[in-house]
Every structure is written in structure tokens, then in C-alpha cells.
Design a protein around this ligand. Sequence first.
Ligand code: FAD
Ligand code: 2HG
Ligand code: ZN
Length: 474
Amino acid sequence: MNEHLRRAPAPDLLPRFAAIVGDKYAVTDPQTLAPHLIEGRGLYQGVTSLMLRPGSTEEVAAILKLANETKTAIVPQGGNTGLVGGQIPFDGELILSLTRLDKIREVDASSNTITVEAGVVLQKAQDAAAAAGRLFPLSLGSEGSCTIGGNLSTNAGGTGALAYGIARELVAGVEVVLADGRVMHLLRKLKKDNTGYDLRHIFVGAEGTLGIITAAVLKLFPQPRAVETAFIGLKSPDAAVKLLNLAQARIGGTVTGFELMVRGIVEMALKHGHGNRDPLAGAHPWYVLMEVSSQQSEGLRDALETFLGDAIEQDLVEDATIAANLDQRKAFWHLRHSLTEVQKPEGGSIKHDVSVPVAAVPAFIAEASAAVEALIPGSRPVPFGHVGDGNIHFNVSQPVGADSKAFLARWTEVNAVVDKIVLKYQGSISAEHGIGKLKRESLVKVKDPVALALMRDLKKMLDPNGILNPGKVL
Ligand code: FAD
Ligand code: 2HG
Ligand code: ZN
């Protein structure tokens, strides 16, 4: 860490920072600050005396200029839905909240782009695209509160990545404020632009450690004319992977969603999730929520029915139901998106957001489950996630009736066991949530040393005073 860096802003600087945004947007009231200091999992508690809420890129630039000159640390925050603690100030750093940058600057349907400010909530961007007859396909359970700036800074994945790509693939251009306050204007709508190094991608997935994203041009797609959604019971992850391969080869549409869930997590969703109902009559060891989309308005439902019928005959599927209407489709997705919340009433949960090659998912799940159950008898692995991306949320709930604190104290030990199996399959210990604070120590153990050295060099070059989100990622 840079030894001259000041984590908490010096008291005499507070009025200077406040003057940039105006007193109304320089928040010091502890009650207003409180929700910005804890994250969704309740894993971390932060501390700060100041949150700045700039209303323009120019104000962000002025804040960074002052922070850099005075070596004052900054923690950027969007919707505060991140799951690795990246948005939390741990040592009194000032929070730079981007939520007032909430304008949709332009929807350009012909160019298939939308230009948004960083604080625009993901759902608002989706809605604006839909109003213009287009699809912005990034979709996360947190879409009602996470922001585009946070999505790009974490390089979010979610349920649409299978067909449309992760956040990085959905960015055409960015506007970024650098640590010294300079603004880099790369808000282009271009698919082709080979004028040197592609700098956009340095800031995507940087978790606020290299610059502040203030706006972005995002790629849009045609709205599908037909969408069908099935809830499928099957016997194993192996059957799920085979089903996916078959669906991608055979269905006359695109597989736009393919989410795997073990029975255990579905049971938690039925028990604790508001309004959830079991879509299938009987119980099955595993489930897939599959969505297919087509630009043809007719025939998709028939094609899906025939496909699932064949899959049942081939013993790949035990039972399946296709949503009869929009409400039912929403209910399937509601169940899927409730999986983070419904783990909480079951006590402590040790999380892994990992990826392995798709073909290795069944073996990974089997080995990791056995290893964790051997380490902590009675512990309950409840894997689920974006199996088509090889991305499994290998979450482990505490044994029923166990002491939550004692269980959570074994977090690192359980991670080590699971991560070893991930690495055996050439996988990643952070598929889509990022490194933040949670996986900072693990990163140095798994990243190629030359790549890690380059990351550090890049950080030094772009943020020589180390003011941007110190203690995160690196
Ligand atoms: P924050 O949490 O505020 O910040 C996240 C990181 O980005 C921090 O490091 C922060 O410092 C930095 N940051 C924020 N804004 C900026 C900016 N403008 N410039 C520079 N740095 C910035 N994630 C997935 O990938 N896939 C999922 O399926 C998914 N599902 C989720 C479901 C639930 C119920 C929840 C609670 C979370 C889920 N997440 C998922 C995680 C989370 O929603 C994403 O990481 C999201 O992209 C974070 O956006 P945010 O605006 O809340 O960012
Ligand atoms: C999801 O896919 C999210 O629902 C969150 O990435 C996963 O709760 C989790 O671990
Ligand atoms: Zn996920």
C-alpha cells in the first residue's frame, strides 16, 4: 500500500469535497450512511464519515483531482449489490456514490445501442431498450437495484450470458474518469475500431481500482418474437449438460437461459421464498430452468414440446412443464432469482462463485460435494447457477441446528477444499462476482505470476497514489 495514502479524508478536506457537489449531496448523517456500509450477505461492515453524490462527470473529475492531490482514498459505489465487498469502505474511505448519474442519454435503435450514465439501474436500461423495441440482455437477480457502472466494473454475468455474453461483451464504449481527474472519452457506438489498444476493457471488471466509469454505450439486440420457458426435472448435472448440448443443436431457436438447481436449493426456495410454488408435481434430484427464444413468432412452443418429449424418451429428462403464460414464466424466474435470499433463513452459507469447462461441471459438483460433506459432516451443498457458462454457485449451507458462527469460521478452509477441485479442472475461483475484498488473498495463489505482475504495473501506472478502492482486488 502507498504509505502516504490517507484512508479517511482529513477533517479539513471535508468542506472542500462538499463544495464540489454541494452540501445536500455530501452525506455525513450516520443514519443515511448506514445502508451503504453493509452488503447484502451481511458479511462485511464498513465505516465512513462522508459519502459524495456527484451529479455530473465534471463533478466526479473534480473529486478525483482533489483526492489525488491530497492522497485521499475513494471507494466507488453503485447499487451496493456486489457480493465480494468491493463497494464497502473498510477504513473510513469516502464513498463516491454514482447513483445520481442516472440519465439515459440516448437509445439509438438503428445502431442497436443505448448510451447510459453509470448510475442507471440495470432494469431501467432494460426497460428503455424494450420501449424502443430492443433487448438489453444483461439480467441478474439484483437488476432492480444494481447499476450499469457496477455491472461493468464487476464484469457481471447473470442468466443472459449464455446467449448474449457477459457485461464485457455488451460494451461498445465507455467514459472513464482517471485517478488524476482526467476524463477519457470513448463513448463510441462502433463495432469496428482498431485505432490502437482497446482501453475500454481495462476498466471493465476492474472493480473501481483503475478509474471511475461515468457512462457507457451498451449493445442492444432485437427483441425475440417468441419466448418459451420450461421448468425441467432431471436426475443429474450430467443429464443437464447433455440436455443443453442437444437443445443448442436441435431446437429451432436460441437457448437464451439454462439455469441448473439442485433439489436442496429448490426446497429452500419453496420454504422461504415469497410466493414460490413447485412447478412440477413430484420431486426430482436436479432442475433446469430453460428458456428458448426465436425471431419467428410461430412454432417455438411446438418445437420445445417435441424436444422435451424426445428428451423424456431418451431418459435425459424426468418431467417438465412449459410456462402457459407470462405470469407462469415470471413465477419460474422469480423462483430462480430468489435463491440468494432463501439461503439466509437456513443459517450460515459458505459461498463459491466458480467456473469450470462445461463438460467438467458434473464431475466438479460430485467431487466438491463429497469433499465438503467429508470435511463438515451434515453440511449441505446447494449448487446452482449458470451451467451453460460452466458457472456454478457452489454454496454450502450449515448443518441443520449447527452454530452459524462456528460454521462460518471455517469459510477459508472450505474454500481451500473447493478451490483445489476447481483448479484441477482448470477453472476459475471467481467466475462473475469479482475479487473485491473477499478473494484478494486467494487471487495471489491462483493467478499466473506474470499476469499478476502486469496487473500491479497497470495499477501503479493508472493510480500511482493508490487512491482508487485500496485493498480491493490487489
Ligand atoms: P456495487 O455493489 O455498488 O459495486 C460493485 C463494484 O464495482 C465495487 O468494487 C465498486 O467499487 C465498483 N463500482 C461500482 N460502480 C462503479 C463505477 N461507476 N466505476 C467504477 N467502479 C464502480 N452478479 C453476477 O455477475 N451475476 C448474477 O447473476 C448476480 N446475481 C445477483 C443476485 C443477487 C440477489 C445479488 C444481491 C447480487 C447478484 N450479483 C450477480 C452481484 C451484483 O449484483 C453484481 O456484481 C452487480 O454488477 C453489482 O452492481 P452494483 O451497482 O450494485 O455495484
Ligand atoms: C445468482 O446467480 C447470483 O443468483 C448470486 O450470482 C449467487 O447467491 C449466490 O451465491
Ligand atoms: Zn450468478
